[in-house]
Design a protein around this ligand. Structure first.
Ligand code: ZN
Length: 458
């Protein structure tokens, strides 16, 4: 949500061409394309292992990856058919995850919805996803946007990118955070019959009243949403909804949550005001996004109901200038920033489950900010706690999608037999210095997703 300026100085990288060179045609095929055939078994020897759950490193174990999954972890493994990698001196971690991305949002939203051909959105998102994987992110929960096609192309192995748990449409009330219309002087569809491109392009459904809320929820589920995304309050960057505004009635929220539950999944909600958080918790929402103005009573409810607090730390560490904000967004941002510190301290004091998410969106050059979130959290959490949030913690949140979770063959976010073969080899120890994750170009020696090596410096 930081992310408004329009710089175009994105770095280009070619390291996804793992194995390219003089070794013949097969080696020149990008790893992303080779993913369509079963990857070669890989045996990683000698790394110190952060398994996603324990706060320290495990020495003396090897990791065997077969058919895209981790098949064994233990000392002195033998697998003659596997490609062996000597990882001595490196740290092996699960692939990173981000619980709040907008992976389709790789330019200004007005540009994506109203200003460009729709295929521009997909083309930019394909590149954004590739860069995200090269930052070490192997799974993301997408908190809104038309990501179903990108997910399909990535899952098929044609494009390189993280696994995606899509939410699809934002479900927003008229005048809510997902109601983009007035920015382009679109008239309300309720009175003019005019269809907003924000709906036609899969970004947002405006719904008012219980019946429309139910219909909106069902439509997002019909498209394949892993979980629903509700816009429950005003925002910093909203077109016309001040930060203090509470959106949707309790009855509307309950209707949306009930639809999610019927599909075995849950709803997450964008909510700043305490009233919005309260309504959401009463309605049964299981993940509160942002939530920084939640009162102590709301925090206690979150704890009692085992709701994830899915906030961002980098966003409010910046100044408005650093965040690229101008005009009326500046005072709203400062208001949120002032509340943020109290929110972080309360969440920690109540021992809430804190998701690791970034909400980085806007022009594609903002992508590298995603990795800075690791450092922004060090004011509140140890490196081990932060890495657990970004691996097994988020995976626990993702599991709340139940049968709508697209990746159910094994656990995500851990290094254990039966888990997905999503892992990193880090040059250095992120438990000593988590800032090394902010320079993935040099610090990530190997990136594997589903047993496929997408980058290797080894
Ligand atoms: Zn968001």
């Amino acid at each position: 949500m930081i992310i408004q300026s329009r710089g175009r100085n994105a770095p280009t990288r070619r390291s996804f061409l793992a194995g390219a060179g003089a070794a013949g045609l097969a080696a020149a095929i990008p790893a992303s394309l080779r993913a369509q055939v079963a990857p070669t078994p890989v045996l990683i020897r000698g790394a110190a292992i952060f398994d996603g759950r324990a706060p320290g490193l495990i020495a003396g174990s090897d990791v065997l990856i077969e058919n895209g999954m981790i098949s064994a972890v233990g000392p002195n493994l033998s697998a003659p058919e596997a490609k062996a990698i000597d990882a001595s001196g490196l740290t092996l971690t699960p692939g990173l995850t981000d619980a709040h991305t907008h992976i389709m949002w790789q330019d200004e939203i007005e540009e994506l919805i109203y200003g460009s051909p729709h295929e521009y959105t997909g083309a930019m998102a394909a590149e954004g996803a590739r860069r995200m994987l090269l930052r070490g992110f192997t799974t993301v929960r997408d908190a809104g946007g038309p990501a179903f096609g990108l997910k399909r192309a990535i899952d098929s192995g044609v494009l390189a990118g993280p696994r995606i748990l899509p939410s699809g449409f934002f479900i927003s009330q008229t005048s809510g955070h997902g109601d983009f219309e007035p920015r382009l002087n679109y008239l309300s569809p309720h009175f003019t019959g005019q269809l907003d491109p924000a709906y036609l392009r899969g970004w947002t459904i405006t719904a008012d009243g219980k019946a429309e809320a139910i219909k909106a929820a069902r439509e997002a589920l019909r498209y394949g949403a892993s979980q629903l995304k509700i816009m429950g309050s005003g925002s910093i960057t909203g077109a016309h909804d001040p930060l203090d505004v509470t959106e949707f009635t309790l009855e509307e929220l309950q209707a949306i949550v009930a639809e999610a539950q019927k599909w075995g999944t849950y709803a997450q909600i964008h909510a700043y005001s305490d009233a919005a958080v309260q309504n959401a918790l009463i309605a049964g929402v299981r993940s509160v996004e942002h939530g920084l103005f939640a009162s102590e009573a709301s925090m206690q409810m979150m704890k009692d109901k085992d709701v994830f607090f899915s906030t961002q730390y980098l966003t409010y560490a910046a100044s408005p200038e650093e965040a690229g904000l101008t005009g009326e967004a500046v005072p709203k941002f400062l208001q949120a920033k002032a509340g943020a510190t109290a929110g972080y301290e309360r969440a920690k004091a109540f021992g809430l489950k804190v998701a690791w998410g970034t909400d980085i969106l806007g022009t594609i050059d903002k992508g590298p900010f995603q990795s800075l979130e690791f450092v922004a959290r060090t004011a509140y959490y140890t490196p081990a706690e932060i890495l657990m949030q970004a691996t097994s913690g988020n995976a626990e949140l993702f599991a709340r999608s139940g049968p709508r979770h697209p990746y159910r063959a094994g656990p995500l976010g851990v290094i254990a037999p039966g888990a997905y073969g999503d892992l990193l080899l880090v040059d250095g120890n992120p438990l000593d210095d988590i800032a090394i994750l902010t320079t993935p170009e040099t610090s990530l020696a190997l990136i594997m997703k589903g047993g496929v090596v997408h980058k290797s410096l080894l």
